[in-house]
Design a protein around this ligand. Structure first.
Ligand code: ADP
Ligand code: MG
Length: 408
């Protein structure tokens, strides 16, 4: 059997019209000779009746202290409801279909409730139904632990379900259907003229996703790349070809690798970061203070970013949701940091920038032209980051997109 995994995100199954569109894509795959395996997310986003956030808010009205195990039982419902609706839609169109929960589909995870990791897949039941000619629909985002507990996979978990099934079934493709035309050169909510990338490498999309382009979950990419299963990100709403994600340097089925020609693949942003500047004194005592500071933060499990160490001080950022804890830890250790809340991290990502001179100069020039102060910067082989004020974030993303992608 030639398997094709088709994953439909929350916005792609939000209304009856969209679900019909999704079902038509499944039917089309079948006509092309594939055995489609459909993975669904919960229907719609926050506020809509069966969206996961809505279920969570509902129970939180009773208590804010719900055990992680019960949260998982609750959160697994959204995808099950969505799956039943998808089966009903397919059946109505004349396609026999069957829904499997994550557990029934053999998605075996560790026992880490709310953030479980898939450890293996036992697809026997799925294969039985597929052999009978049924379209198998799988509830995304959920699994079962070795000792029989229902778990969920964290944000973007349905992407991970699709990826794991793709590997287990040795699928020809894993198709991620969403509300945009593929992986774009920037978040289309910020850059209206962002364009869909025809092709990106696994590494590039991992990098983009880690830097804030949450269109596909990085864990899903890590899974498919182990077995070289190509992934496509496509729109449920249009017939655009979408983005092919595959191995670097590979000429995939007639497509030419165009990823080598570009310096910058995309611009990303992460809002809500907080900058800390900590005076540590200099000399041997200063070094000892710096050691104490980093150790205390590490012991508290706080991950730091944008770390710059100077003789007299240390500068770094943390995510806003842990900034209070970080400040507390520093105070308890005897430090008095200068805190700058309301920052954002903007990144230019591209494997092609390695060894290309002048990228940083171009970034500084673009920021200067827009009067955007750069609070900090950092770079690696494939990424250059700048820290800006939150209120400058959108303008910074647009400026870099103009400079590097739309030829400014
Ligand atoms: P789904 O519900 O289908 O899983 P997501 O919200 O997880 O959808 O991902 C799609 C969204 O990701 C888009 O609506 C878009 O706003 C956002 N996004 C952010 N950065 C990018 C990017 N570089 N390319 C495409 N989409 C992006
Ligand atoms: Mg998603």
């Amino acid at each position: 059997m030639r398997f094709l995994v088709q994953k439909f995100g929350g916005t792609s199954v939000a209304t009856p019209e969209l679900r019909e569109r999704a079902a038509l894509r499944v039917a089309a795959a079948r006509k092309e000779g594939y055995t489609p395996v459909v993975v669904v997310s919960a229907m719609g986003r926050k506020g809509e009746p069966y969206a996961t956030d809505t279920l969570i808010n509902f129970v939180r009205q009773v208590s804010r202290d719900i055990p992680a195990r019960e949260m998982d039982l609750l959160m697994s419902c959204g995808e099950i409801i969505s799956g039943v609706v998808m089966v009903a839609t397919l059946e109505k169109m004349g396609y026999p279909a069957v829904l499997l929960t994550g557990a029934q589909a053999g998605i075996i995870t560790d026992g880490n409730h709310n953030e479980a990791r898939i450890v293996r897949v036992k697809p026997e039941k799925l294969l039985t139904h597929a052999r009978e000619g049924k379209i198998v629909v799988v509830a995304g985002f959920q699994g079962i632990s070795e000792d029989g507990e229902i778990t969920t996979l964290g944000r973007g978990g349905s992407d991970t379900t699709a990826a794991a099934l793709g590997v287990a079934l040795n699928a020809e493709y894993v198709d991620i259907y969403t509300d945009v035309e593929g992986i774009m050169t920037a978040d289309p909510r910020i850059v209206t003229d962002a364009v869909a990338l025809e092709m990106v490498t696994y590494d590039e999309i991992c990098q983009l996703a880690h830097e804030g382009a949450k269109v596909v979950h990085p864990r899903a990419v890590e899974i498919v790349m182990q077995k070289n299963i190509p992934l496509r990100v496509r729109s449920t709403f249009s017939d655009a070809p979408g983005t092919l994600v595959t191995n670097s340097g590979e000429v995939y089925k007639g497509t030419i690798d165009i990823t080598r020609d570009r310096t910058i693949t995309g611009i990303t942003q992460i809002p809500n970061v907080v900058q800390f500047k900590v005076a540590t004194g200099d000399g041997p005592d200063g070094l000892e203070q710096q050691r104490r500071l980093f150790k205390a933060l590490a012991l508290a499990g706080i991950s730091l970013d944008f770390i710059n160490v100077y003789p007299h001080q240390v500068v770094f950022t943390v995510k806003e949701d842990v900034s209070e804890k970080a400040a507390q830890v520093m105070e308890n250790t005897g430090f008095n940091p200068e805190i700058r809340p309301g920052c954002a991290k903007v990144a230019a990502v591209g494997a092609g920038m390695t060894g290309v001179p002048g990228v940083m100069a171009a970034i500084v020039e673009a920021m200067t032209k827009e009067n955007i102060p750069i609070l900090q910067s950092n770079d690696s082989y494939t990424t250059i980051w700048v820290l800006v004020r939150r209120e400058d974030m959108e303008r910074a993303v647009r400026a870099l997109h103009r400079r590097f992608i739309n030829g400014g």
